[in-house]
Structures are given as structure tokens and as C-alpha cells.
Design a protein around this ligand. Structure first.
Ligand code: AMP
Ligand code: MN
Ligand code: MN
Length: 319
């Protein structure tokens, strides 16, 4: 598929009037922020726009995830944001749009290039790219667009903490603040607020930490029982995977979270030089160099854990 630039993406969006925006499953701040920044911007151009996701948008994103009641009809122009692979869209939309996505805006190393493709892997968040596309569409950035884009950039960078952050990330964030992004409130909601259930879940999860590879690798498990007992809801898990990487000396941290179907969502976080995306690609997943994921089927959990540990051991050799 064609690689395109921000200007071409902006032209394609301007040329279409009914636009459907697909976000990835287990939606995070970047996919939601990208989707709703585009929605709010395109509505200013008089377009009919809808953002959809196979999972509900967590309530905490309610300040940007609104004004989403347009009917885009049966034949909309379909755009995917922050989606590396159609598999991440979820079965329901995949069946309908497997070959129907016209434009993909993303920043994952593992992007499968399944549509007209604007994938800039050096950007810390898809929202950085959407910022340029909105500028190229010549739409003024208002408070709802600024809040949406700031949310995506702040959440995908762990509040400007990760190695993916560049000077330009800060320049864009500063411009968004000048255009009304309520950075203090957004950061308070995203980074300084946890439900009581989430606190309990973190405590239970931290108790499962196992150390491997002479302290360079940590495994952590979050079972369905822990989730039930703590009273957490889906969408409350952003950030839990970052915890075991904080252990001194750890270069690779892996969190295995049991999902409703009994399978395990694997979230890997690493430090330089460990490439998490490369490791997860061995299991059909992917992501970024320092944050990636894949899924382990319940039947293959133990076997895959062993295989994963042996891959990690190889990667850590000589470091
Ligand atoms: P997570 O651990 O879910 O926060 O994901 C970390 C990064 O890896 C995100 O950028 C995800 O988009 C990506 N990722 C997670 N799971 C998968 C998967 N099964 N396939 C491809 N990329 C994934
Ligand atoms: Mn994402
Ligand atoms: Mn992202």
C-alpha cells in the first residue's frame, strides 16, 4: 500500500464527507485522542463523522469522547488511527472493514501497512501525527481538539517520561496548551487518580512478581480472580504493565493479564537495548521498541511462557 504524507492525508480527509474512524481494542488515550481530535476537527468542516471501537471507551475519557452521534451510512470513508494491524480492530469491525480501510494513521514499528499509510515510527504518539494532519487541513485547533491531542501524547509517553519523547513532542504539547488543553486536569485524571479497586489490584499483582535472568527480567500476573476481587472494571488497567519495569536492574518486564475468555494479554515493557516489539512478533504481536504486546491462548500459556523466557535469555546474553 502507498506511503503518504500529512498533506495527502489531509487532502483525502477533506475530499470525503462521511467518515468512520476505527480505534483499536482495549482503547487507550492515544487511539481515543486521535479518533476524537479528528472527529472534532472534521465536524468543524461540516463532515459527518463517527468514532467506533469494539470495546467501550472508559468513562475517564468522557471529556473528549462525546459528540459522537452522527450516522455515517453504509459506505463511509474508513480511517484507522493508532492501529498497527487489522487484528487489533476486533472481530466485529474486522469482518466488515477487513479490506475497506482507506487511510491508516499510526506510529507502531510493527505497522502492517494495510491502507494508504501515514505511519511515522519516530513519533511518540499517533496524536503527534494527527496534529500535523489537522494543521494541513487548515482547521483551527480549538479546546476539544487540543484536549484530545494532549491526552494521546501525555498517555502514550507516560506523561513525557519515555525515551520516545522528542523536543518536538514538547513543542506540540506547548502549542496545545496555548490552544486551551487543560493539561493539569488531564494529567490529574490520567496519572494522579486511581480507583480503590485499582490500588488493591496493584497490590495483588505486585505479590506475583517473579524474577528471572539474574534480576534482569520480571514476570507479573494479573488473574481474573484478582480483577473480580478488587472490583476493577475493564479499562482500569492502563499503566499496570509499567510497574515491574520500575524494579531496579530490570531490563524486560512482562505482565500476563487474564482476560474474560481465559486467554492472557501479554504486555512487555523494556529498557534499552531490548526490543520488545521484536520479541512479541515471535508470538504474532508487536508494538514499539520499549512497549509491545501479544496474546497467549490459555492452553499454551505455560509452553509460551517457557519459550518467551528462553527468547529473553538470548536477548539478554552479553548485556
Ligand atoms: P499494551 O501492553 O497493551 O499497552 O501494548 C503496548 C503496545 O504494544 C501498544 O502500542 C500496542 O498497540 C502494542 N500491542 C499490544 N498488543 C499487541 C498485539 N497483540 N499485536 C500488535 N501490537 C500489540
Ligand atoms: Mn494505542
Ligand atoms: Mn499510540
Amino acid at each position: 500500500m502507498n506511503k503518504i504524507d500529512e498533506k495527502s492525508a489531509a487532502r483525502l480527509l477533506r475530499e470525503n464527507d462521511n467518515i468512520l474512524i476505527l480505534t483499536h481494542r482495549n482503547p487507550d488515550g492515544d487511539t481515543i485522542g486521535s479518533g476524537f481530535a479528528l472527529l472534532h476537527a472534521l465536524k468543524k468542516l461540516g463532515k459527518t463523522v463517527k468514532v467506533v471501537c469494539t470495546d467501550p471507551f472508559p468513562e475517564k475519557y468522557g471529556y473528549i469522547a462525546h459528540s459522537n452521534n452522527d450516522d455515517v451510512g453504509e459506505n463511509p470513508y474508513v480511517v484507522a488511527v493508532d492501529v498497527a494491524d487489522m487484528e487489533l480492530i476486533g472481530a466485529q469491525y474486522r469482518a466488515k472493514y477487513e479490506h475497506g480501510v482507506k487511510l491508516c494513521i499510526d506510529h507502531h514499528i510493527s505497522n502492517k501497512e494495510f491502507a494508504e499509510n501515514l505511519c511515522l515510527r519516530s513519533c511518540s504518539a499517533t496524536c503527534e501525527i494527527i496534529y500535523d494532519v489537522i494543521k494541513a487541513m487548515d482547521v483551527e485547533i480549538d479546546k476539544s481538539v487540543a484536549d484530545s491531542l494532549y491526552t494521546g501524547i501525555a498517555t502514550d509517553t507516560g506523561c513525557f517520561l519515555f525515551s520516545s519523547v522528542t523536543a518536538r513532542t514538547h513543542i506540540i504539547a506547548a502549542d496545545l496548551i496555548e490552544h486551551g488543553a487543560d493539561f493539569f486536569e488531564i494529567n490529574r485524571i490520567m496519572f494522579e487518580t486511581k480507583s480503590l479497586g485499582y490500588f488493591k489490584l496493584e497490590a495483588a499483582a505486585l505479590n506475583t512478581v517473579e524474577m528471572h535472568c539474574g534480576g534482569k527480567c520480571a514476570f507479573m500476573t494479573v488473574t481474573m480472580d484478582m480483577q473480580k476481587q478488587s472490583g476493577t472494571k475493564d479499562g482500569d488497567f492502563d499503566g499496570i504493565a509499567g510497574l515491574p519495569r520500575k524494579i531496579e536492574g530490570v531490563l524486560v518486564a512482562v505482565t500476563f493479564r487474564e482476560t474474560k475468555d481465559g486467554n492472557f494479554k501479554v504486555s512487555m515493557r523494556s529498557h534499552e537495548p531490548i526490543d520488545s516489539s521484536k520479541i512479541c512478533m515471535n508470538f504474532g504481536g508487536g508494538g514499539h521498541s520499549r512497549a509491545a504486546g501479544c496474546t497467549f491462548e490459555k492452553e499454551a500459556l505455560e509452553e509460551n511462557k517457557k519459550k518467551l523466557l528462553s527468547i529473553i535469555e538470548t536477548e539478554l546474553k552479553g548485556i
